[in-house]
Write a protein that binds this ligand. Structure first.
Ligand code: BDR
Ligand code: CA
Length: 309
């Protein structure tokens, strides 16, 4: 069984990713970060959601703000008041041990065995890399939901040029994407291709998962005239389990950290250029640019349908 650490700012699609992973992987820890919610709320959500799933996964607390910019406020319109649709009575506190230490210690103690799955801003991962650069060679792989590389016009969802997880902390994202870690990006280019409808979610049969997604679906119906959702973060787990359902391009990566294109993710596409090469330090990474949506969606829904309460 794949041993994974999921690093999350746990909102609705993060929770679906955890539910999906809990069925197929050994989740050795859930590390939390600010993003969809504050890090304090992320700890509480992770405790509550693992309790709902009936899994005994340790929860760790990561960083509460970006590395180099002022934090942007939490937006409650999509993921609800508490990030989990605002439908639960959460009795948990936000006490938890340090996430950065856990990430470093776990990867270093299990060389070549741990898959790191960041599905929020990359702040914890950048901090762990700075404290212990050897995690880059000891981690098995890193599967990141984030970024947008322009396929079918998918370039951003917070600004026209930037995806949420990258935009929240572009400096951390640039450190991670240009590092020596073996990375696969699962960007909007593919996550916007796997849309799950309200009816499909209601058929899952798990009342808490259904309740949690209601607000997200309502928002989508009002805004997009479509009662459904892109299950962004869950596709990292699909990639882990069904890598051949994805089409990959390989290239060194960078992130723009300043100016009007802040948060723009870039892959090197040309060898031309007679002056400084901003990609010269970056390793060649995987970027998912297409997906067999039917196969991936079927696998996800079949898994989630097995949770009945
Ligand atoms: C990402 O943004 C968050 O709101 C989602 O949880 C996902 O990780 C998609 O852009
Ligand atoms: Ca997320």
């Amino acid at each position: 069984m794949n041993k994974v650490i999921i690093d999350t700012d746990i909102g609705v699609d993060d929770a679906l990713a955890i539910a999906y992973a809990s069925h197929h992987c050994d989740i050795v820890g859930i590390t939390t970060v600010f993003g969809n919610v504050t890090v304090q709320q992320a700890v509480k959500n992770a405790k509550l959601f693992t309790e709902i799933l009936g899994i005994n996964t340790p929860i760790y607390r990561g960083l509460s703000r970006p590395l180099a910019i002022d934090p942007t406020p939490v937006n409650k319109t999509v993921h609800g008041e508490d990030g989990l649709g605002g439908v639960f009575n959460n009795h948990h506190n936000d006490d938890a041990e340090d996430a950065i230490r856990f990430i470093i210690d776990t990867i270093m103690a299990n060389p070549g065995e741990i898959t790191l799955i960041p599905i929020g801003p990359l702040t914890n991962i950048a901090a762990a890399l700075s404290q212990e650069p050897r995690i880059a060679e000891c981690v098995k792989q890193v599967i990141i939901m984030g970024g947008a590389f322009g396929t079918d016009g998918n370039q951003g969802n917070v600004t026209p040029l930037s995806e949420f997880n990258i935009w929240k902390d572009p400096h951390a994202a640039d450190q991670v994407l240009s590092s020596q870690m073996p990375i696969t990006m699962v960007p909007l280019d593919v996550t916007h291709r796997v849309l799950v409808t309200g009816d499909e979610i209601r058929k899952m049969g798990h009342q808490e998962l259904i309740a949690m997604t209601e607000g997200y679906l309502k928002y989508s119906l009002e805004k997009e005239k479509f009662e459904g959702m892109a299950v962004h973060d869950a596709l990292t787990i699909s990639y882990l389990l069904l890598p051949d359902a994805f089409t990959i391009e390989r290239a060194p990566l960078r992130v723009v950290t300043e100016g009007f294109a802040t948060g723009l993710t870039l892959k090197k596409v040309t060898e031309l250029g007679s002056r400084a090469n901003p990609f010269s330090e970056s390793r060649i990474q995987n970027v998912c640019i297409n997906v067999d949506s039917d196969r991936v969606k079927k696998h996800l829904l079949t898994t989630l349908q097995t949770y009945k309460d």
